[in-house]
Ligand binder design. Structure first.
Ligand code: ADP
Ligand code: MG
Length: 703
């Protein structure tokens, strides 16, 4: 049915609804309220000062203001009392709009009474109610009224919040009268029962028009289960299709030989967690199936070194390995760490492996040479940025791929690098720990390895919060540590490195610190608008101890390793996100001495307070990630809002952990036992996948 026939819509509004993606009457079934407002008696309203509520009553008085700028004051009455409602706007128009002795629903905030009524309302919206109209009477039966998000087009056509609520109600009425079972369950009955869920019809109805408060959560749970279940079905199908249908490389290297030479080269024992993860990677690599693994571990837990081990397994079997990083600086840093390690390894093992770097800004001639080396197999380990997935890059035999994510690469880019090889094994490495709920959704088709142990001898960093006024004491502390031979970072927030204003203030601060605070010491500065070799030079100087205090922006967030730097001061700490603060703190505490992280901030709002409290309370990256998820939500957490996978209508990953676990377990069990979804009880699921998830099936290559 055309939506223009729904009461309250009509031709013009129908067009606006269509522009918002509501074309058929059934589209209203997908609506989810943004909030619910409770309807109360006027006498009850007195107890609700400051709250936003609804009241229903008859207008018994309409009083014009003395001047045009004054509000029209309405007096509303129900059986329990009187309420004043001042309404601003053109008084002529207002007096026509509100008619004496007619019935209205009013929506607004309750405030102190004035003059002689019981209570007053700060007007937000209203709806005229016709007691003779059946739909109007039905709408009034609900004591919780849904409020929906109004997008631009609808606002422009004068659809007010309560008008929209009423339209949705009318649409539901219409749908239910024409087809009493308007939504059929796609999930089998026993699954619904086992998971304590209500029917989908009931859920859709009650999320919009709850009879009681508890209905909302029951309905939300069911819809969230549905949402997560289908995502997990897709992930299970994807995982299965990679594992079973594609044959991977069987690496045949001598793991003992690699281990012996590796330990000799590294000069330290691997932690238990590193060994466990290396075993997981190795057993995948020597098997026939294709590895798709997520490697998680806190900053400094030794992920890089584990990934090098994986690369060596491939290289020793005669294959190439590639490592893709999100930025040039990071690629550069990985390149210098890895090539230094491989140089030493070559000497220990008597091998002749070559490491190459491929990034965007390289000279044409050099680039041609590198491309040729890659093509002919003259180089074994290739490290680079997006440059690696360009058309021109052809590998001789890419067998192992590592993607250093920091959540920056999309599924497509990951797939592209993979396609450069012949079903290579893939490890995705994340620089910050991800809460389990997120990794099971965003990376739900991957196997997960976690390095949950720090190398021995690491002392947890002590973290303190200091007010702006206490800075001189902080500088004194740094000076004292410098005399003990230590080094310090001072970080300034340049969130966007192209922000001239921010850069200017960081540079001014640098000048101030250099000339007035630390004149007797050597200072240096790095920021993201310097060339990488300039940054590298300064970093090298810092590493060699030629610089005592390094003033920096977040460019130093990743990778670098300077054990002698034991102090990390972060200015304007309120401007950083939690995982960024954690990442920055990870730059210290890498040696054998006690390290300190000092967060300087002012004007803390609630969220910043929570962040700083969390930072001072724990050094556990996984705990920090959970709080971060709570604060920012999943999309922001990854810094990619457009990610379809995380656009949930009702699910809140910070809260719905149980539902996620249950739906994942159920979905994976079903795909395990009935991968084609041929069993009679799974037909509904199959049908829904084919209709509602066509695009996803295609995108994920599992159609
Ligand atoms: P991540 O990539 O997880 O941040 P890295 O692999 O860069 O960590 O390791 C951090 C530092 O710790 C490096 O200097 C590395 O050489 C060192 N390291 C790694 N594993 C160990 C270990 N088992 N024992 C001692 N030091 C280690
Ligand atoms: Mg690293």
């Amino acid at each position: 049915m055309d939506i223009k026939y729904i009461k309250g819509i009509g031709e013009a509004r129908a067009e606006a609804f269509r522009k918002c993606g509501v074309a058929k009457i059934e589209d209203f079934l997908k609506f989810i309220p943004r909030a619910y407002v409770s309807k109360v008696n006027i006498s009850e309203a007195k107890n609700r000062l400051g709250e936003t509520i609804l009241v229903f009553g008859e207008i018994v008085r309409v009083e014009k203001g003395f001047r045009p700028s004054h509000p029209v004051v309405l007096t509303l009455s129900d059986d329990t009392g009187f309420m004043n409602i001042p309404v601003f706007g053109k008084s002529e128009f207002r007096t026509k709009q509100f008619r004496l002795n007619e019935n209205y629903l009013f929506y607004g905030k309750v405030s102190e009474a004035f003059r002689n009524t019981d209570v007053r309302m700060d007007y937000r919206d209203h709806l005229r109610i016709d007691p003779k109209d059946e739909n109007d009477r039905g709408f009034l039966k609900y004591s919780l009224i849904p409020i929906y998000e109004l997008s631009g087009v609808l606002k422009a056509t004068w659809v007010r919040p309560l008008v929209l609520s009423k339209i949705v109600f009318n649409a539901f009425k219409k749908i239910a009268s024409e087809n009493p079972v308007f939504a059929e369950d796609s999930l089998p009955e026993n699954m619904i029962a086992e998971n304590g869920l209500i029917s989908i019809r009931e859920a859709i109805l009650r999320i919009n028009f709850p009879n009681e408060f508890e209905d909302i959560e029951r309905a939300r749970k069911r819809l969230s289960f549905e949402e997560l279940f289908y995502l997990q079905i897709l992930l299970a199908l994807k995982k299965r299709s990679i594992k079973n249908e594609v044959k991977g490389i069987t690496f045949s290297s001598d793991i003992r030989k690699i281990t012996d030479n590796f330990i000799k080269t590294a000069g330290f024992e691997l932690t238990g967690a590193q060994k466990k993860v290396i075993n997981e990677i190795y057993s995948d690599m020597k098997s026939t199936h294709v590895m798709n693994r997520l490697l998680q571990g806190d900053v400094g837990s030794g992920k890089t070194i584990v990934s090098v081990f994986g690369m060596l397994i491939a290289v020793e079997s005669g294959y190439q390995s590639a490592l893709m990083c999100p930025t040039e600086i990071l690629a550069e840093q990985h390149y210098s760490t890895v090539s230094a390690f491989i140089d030493k390894y070559n000497r220990t093992a008597g091998t002749d492996y070559k490491v190459s770097l491929l990034v965007g800004g390289q000279k044409k001639k050099l680039r041609e040479e590198i491309l040729q080396d890659i093509r002919l197999g003259k180089t074994n380990i290739i490290i680079g940025t997006h440059a690696l997935i360009q058309e021109a890059v052809e590998f001789k035999n890419l067998g192992f791929v590592i993607i250093d994510e920091q959540h920056k690469f999309g599924v497509m880019q990951r797939a592209k690098l993979k396609d450069k090889g012949l079903n290579p094994d893939v490890v995705v490495m994340t620089a910050t720990p991800i809460p389990r709920t997120l990794s099971l959704t965003f990376y739900g088709d991957l196997d997960v390895s976690v390095i949950d142990e720090m190398p021995a001898g690491r002392i947890p960093v002590k973290t303190y919060y200091r007010q702006d006024e206490e800075k001189p004491k902080v500088w004194e502390f740094i000076k004292q540590k410098i005399t003990e031979g230590k080094q310090a970072f001072i970080i300034y927030p340049i969130i966007d490195e192209s922000e001239k204003l921010d850069l200017k203030s960081a540079e001014e601060n640098y000048k101030h610190l250099k000339e007035n605070v630390f004149p007797e010491y050597r200072t240096g500065m790095v920021h993201g608008r310097m060339f990488w070799y300039e940054i590298d030079e300064t970093m090298q100087d810092f590493k060699k101890g030629k610089i005592n205090v390094l003033i920096a922006t977040t460019v130093i967030e990743v990778g670098i390793d300077i054990p002698n730097a034991t102090i990390m001061v972060i200015e304007d700490a309120q401007r950083f996100g939690l995982s960024q603060l954690h990442q920055l703190r990870g730059r210290v505490g890498r040696g054998e001495d006690q390290s300190y992280c000092i967060l300087i901030a002012k004007n803390l709002d609630e969220v910043s307070k929570k962040r700083i409290k969390t930072m001072c309370g724990t050094t556990d990256g996984f705990k920090i990630a959970e709080v971060d998820l709570e604060i920012r939500g999943p999309g922001e957490f990854f810094g990619i809002r457009q990610s379809g996978v995380l656009n949930f209508a009702v699910t809140d990953l910070a809260k719905d952990r149980d539902i996620l676990m249950k739906s994942r377990k159920t979905a994976f069990e079903i795909i395990d036992t009935d991968p084609q979804l041929r069993k009679p009880e799974h037909i509904g699921i199959r049908k829904k996948l084919m209709t509602d998830f066509r695009d996803s099936l295609y995108l994920m290559n599992i159609a």
